[in-house]
Design a protein around this ligand. Structure first.
Ligand code: CP
Length: 312
């Protein structure tokens, strides 16, 4: 059987083209499974997975948990606010205690960039990064690319714009790595204050004019304004942000062509996107959410296959 080149999913930067193909093909199979009346396979009944969320989440947390349950894994959920972390226990001690209870795999979301990599270097378990601060969100990029491939087929030469709060976004960085690996042309667009200083080193087009970005792209991934990561004022007011960068029907009408709209969620309706656009037929936002379960099933299944003899 083909296998992933990596033992942990810490980011998409180091995945090979074969890894992407294997994940997407496996996700296609699992998407068929989760649309059956009985949405489960017995593949991971010998595996126990702990979901460690040190940051709030709706989509990623539920999607991982559903993916694990659809694969018949045993699941334990850990929420930082109710744990002994508040009593001074270190991350490594916490995770080692969880592993002592015979847990096989760790899914971690953490506010600190590099936390998933740090864990992978200090504990003896497989790790999946479910978002580490402003660094990477690999399963989000995989599900975004999978959803775009469903729409366009091959992504080679497709123009994909990532729009909004790039500087605070782990979704942007993972998407840039994944889209470029799959042959797409990538543009980032936002106010100068929300574009990272290292933008040019990412080898992507950089634009501050939203209408120009919309005219250029086949699909636009609209990012949430991440107020929780802003300790300064990055723009004068929400009203001004919406006027210049909020996606609405009037701006889309100016470009006189349909484009596909993505959003990783959660959406701030009326800030980065209007309801009219988010709920329009060109938006694939709920397809992204559906595909998230299939992608996470694929990643968990392929990683688990590297440590256990798994049969379907
Ligand atoms: N897209 C995403 O990561 O959403 P959550 O923060 O709800 O998990």
């Amino acid at each position: 059987m083909d296998e992933l080149t990596v033992n942990n999913l810490l980011g998409v930067e180091n995945l090979t083209n074969n890894d992407f193909e294997l994940i997407f093909n496996t996700a296609n199979r699992f998407k068929e499974v989760i649309n059956r009346p009985i949405k489960k396979v017995p593949s991971l009944r010998d595996i126990t997975i702990a979901n460690l969320f040190f940051e709030n989440s709706t989509r990623t947390k539920l999607s991982f948990e559903l993916a694990e349950k659809r694969l018949s894994a045993d699941v334990v959920n850990f929420s930082a606010s109710q744990s002994s972390i508040s009593k001074g226990e270190t991350l490594v001690d916490t995770v080692n205690n969880i592993l002592a209870m015979k847990v096989d795999m760790i899914v971690i979301r953490h506010p600190h960039p590099g936390s998933a990599k740090f864990l992978s270097e200090n504990i003896n378990s497989q790790i999946i990064n479910a978002g580490d601060g402003t660094h990477e969100h690999p399963t989000q990029a995989l599900l975004d690319c999978f959803s775009l491939k469903e729409k366009f087929g091959d992504l080679k030469g497709k123009h994909i714009a990532i729009i909004g709060d790039i500087i605070h976004s782990r979704v942007a960085l993972s998407n840039i790595f994944a889209l470029k690996a799959l042959g797409a042309e990538v543009m980032i667009c936002g106010p100068k204050s929300l574009l990272p200083k290292y933008s040019r080193s990412l080898n992507v087009k950089v634009e501050t004019d939203l209408i120009k970005a919309l005219r250029w792209c086949d699909a636009a991934n609209i990012l949430r304004v991440q107020n929780e990561r802003m300790n300064l004022n990055f723009f004068p007011s929400t009203r001004e942000y919406f006027k210049l960068y909020g996606l609405n029907k009037e701006k889309l009408e100016l470009i006189k062509k349909p484009i596909t709209i993505l959003h990783p969620g959660p959406i701030n309706r009326g800030v980065e996107i209007t309801s009219e656009v988010a709920d329009s037929e060109n938006a694939i936002i709920l397809d992204q959410v559906e595909n998230g379960v299939a992608i996470r099933m694929a990643v968990i299944y392929l990683l688990a296959s590297k440590i256990k003899n798994i049969t379907n």
